[in-house]
Design a binder for this molecule. Sequence first.
Ligand code: I3P
Length: 128
Amino acid sequence: SPDSNDSSTPELEKAGLLNKTKIAEGGRKLRKNWNPSWVVLVGNSLVFFKDPKSQTPSSWKPGNSRPESSVDLRGAVVQWTNDLSSKKNVFKLRTVTGNEFLLQSETGSLIREWFNTIHSVIDRLDRE
Ligand code: I3P
C-alpha cells in the first residue's frame, strides 16, 4: 500500500529487551554501566528506552514514551566481540560520530536476530 512507504511513518522493524552499555562517546572511552534497555529499531534509528521494570512505580508514568537516547544507523558498524566483555552474546555498535555501545542477551538466537536485522538496515543505508 502507499502508506507503508510513507517516509513520515517509518516501519517498526523490531523491538525488545536487551542489555546495553555505552562504552565510548565521540571516540572517548566511558566507564561501563550495563542496564536492561527496551530497544526499538524504527526506520534508520535504534531508539533506547529505560526498561519499565527497572523503574520505580513513581517514575513510571503510563504512556511515558520518552526515549533515553537514539542512534542514527547510517554509516554505523556492527561487530561481534569476545574481547570487550566477560559476557557472552555481545556485539558492538559504533556510530559515525564515534559513539560505541555493547548490546547483549543471554539468549543467543535473540541477539543474533538483532545483529542480523541491524546489519541489514546498515547495508541498506550504505547502498542508498
Ligand atoms: C565493571 C563491571 C562490568 C564489567 C567491567 C567492569 O566494574 O563489572 O560488568 O564489564 O569489565 O570493569 P565496575 O562495576 O566496578 O565498573 P563486563 O560485564 O562487560 O565484563 P571491564 O572493565 O573488563 O570492561
